[in-house]
Write a protein that binds this ligand. Structure first.
Ligand code: PPS
Length: 364
């Protein structure tokens, strides 16, 4: 009986041990699962983080006419708003975010009140970077191409692209292609009838060569400039529909804008003077925007190596800074006879443009 009792006790003990082992195995499995789950979620977070970074830079490239150009200014991308959510974010601050005078304390995203609409290769990047020194200007670093390429995404998408701005600050962006795209003026007007428009213009012949220099740097196999400018080389007929020449027909493009906006709402900047007297040209833009002239001579110095004005202290940095390598590059040398033919071609167009502009830009 005692033996039976002992045997029974042993069996019970073994059973208990087995149960205990089973339980601890289950616990271990649970722990393992927990570890795997938490590692997985950590991995997911890391992935999302990395992807967010990737999308941001992809978008920057997509949003510029030239990826290189945006990369030139990566150091300046302090206003960049990060990954653009397709869902609108709440724009109005809550009551706790306004002070007793009703003025907003926190910055909010707003649609732009000013646009640099052109012209490609006119000096638009230089102007935008100079204007960014002004504390009352908040400018988007990249080119959003909203009105010409991404219009279907809607105004909420566009607003979310903009940097946050305080009350009284002017929000702006630059997309040089707006000036020459047919549908743009009407679309801009339907966003706001009061928006201020800025166009940097430059001698159309030099501008065309600058444009061509960029094109050939990306597609080295294209024919020579001298071949592309002519529809028929023997008759000397110019191919005015070739994009680098088409863009330079400023009077034609401005006329279109003037059917939607009064002349007073469009400010023309001389691309040549923006180089020879940046403070003077930026001064006039500040007047046009109704801002105090805060960006002045003091902000610029002439960099002899670069051959262009540079910033003593660009936004968010204390070091002097010039624009990147793709700005102010050596142009392809062009047959002087072809240059002359182009000057003759543009002469009447330029005269008409000077009349509309109410100023002579002094192009040959
Ligand atoms: N300060 C300063 N530094 C460098 N470059 C300057 C500057 N001011 C004006 N420019 C002229 O800007 C030309 C490029 O124009 P954009 O910025 O409008 O080009 S783009 O349309 O955005 O590609 C660029 O054209 P290229 O000289 O043909 O490279 C410059 O002549």
């Amino acid at each position: 009986m005692a033996a039976f009792h002992h045997h029974h006790q042993q069996q019970h003990h073994q059973l208990q041990q087995q149960q205990y082992k089973q339980q601890s195995a289950e616990l271990r499995r649970l722990l393992q699962r927990l570890t795997v789950a938490s590692s997985l979620s950590l991995l997911c977070f890391s992935l999302v983080y990395i992807l967010t970074g990737c999308c941001q830079s992809d978008l920057q490239v997509e949003n510029s006419q030239t990826g290189a150009q945006v990369r030139d200014f990566v150091a300046y991308e302090r206003n960049w708003t990060g990954l653009v959510p397709l869902q609108p974010v709440p724009q109005q601050p809550g009551p706790e975010e306004t002070n007793s005078s009703g003025r907003e304390w926190t910055a909010a995203r707003r649609l732009p009140q000013a646009l640099i609409i052109g012209v490609k290769k006119g000096g638009t990047r230089a102007l935008l970077e100079f204007l960014r020194l002004h504390p009352d200007i908040r400018a988007l670093g990249s080119e959003p191409h909203f009105f010409d390429r991404h219009y279907a995404r809607g105004l909420d998408w566009y607003r979310n692209m903009m940097p946050k701005a305080l009350d009284g600050q002017i929000v702006m962006e630059k997309t040089p292609r707006y000036f020459v795209t047919v549908e743009t003026p009407q679309r801009v007007r339907s966003m706001s009838r009061d928006v201020k428009l800025i166009v940097v213009v430059r001698d159309p012949v030099t501008r065309a060569i600058s444009d061509y220099t960029q094109i050939i740097s990306k597609t080295p196999d294209i024919p020579a400039f001298e071949r592309l400018v002519f529809k028929n080389r023997t008759t000397g007929q110019i191919d005015s529909l070739w994009s680098p020449l088409w863009i330079g027909l400023y009077a034609h493009h401005l006329e279109r804008w003037l059917t939607w906006f009064p002349r007073t709402q469009i400010h023309l900047v001389s691309g040549e003077r923006l180089i020879s007297d940046p403070a003077g040209e930026v001064g006039k833009v500040q007047d046009f925007l109704g801002l105090q002239r805060i960006v002045t001579d003091k902000h610029f110095y002439f960099n002899k190596t670069k051959g262009f004005p540079c910033l003593k202290k660009p936004e968010g940095s204390s070091k002097p800074h010039c624009l990147g390598k793709t700005k102010g590059r050596m142009h392809a040398s062009i047959d002087p006879a072809v240059m002359q033919r182009l000057r003759d071609f543009y002469k009447p167009h330029n005269q008409r443009f000077y009349q509309m502009a109410g100023q002579d830009f002094g192009w040959q």
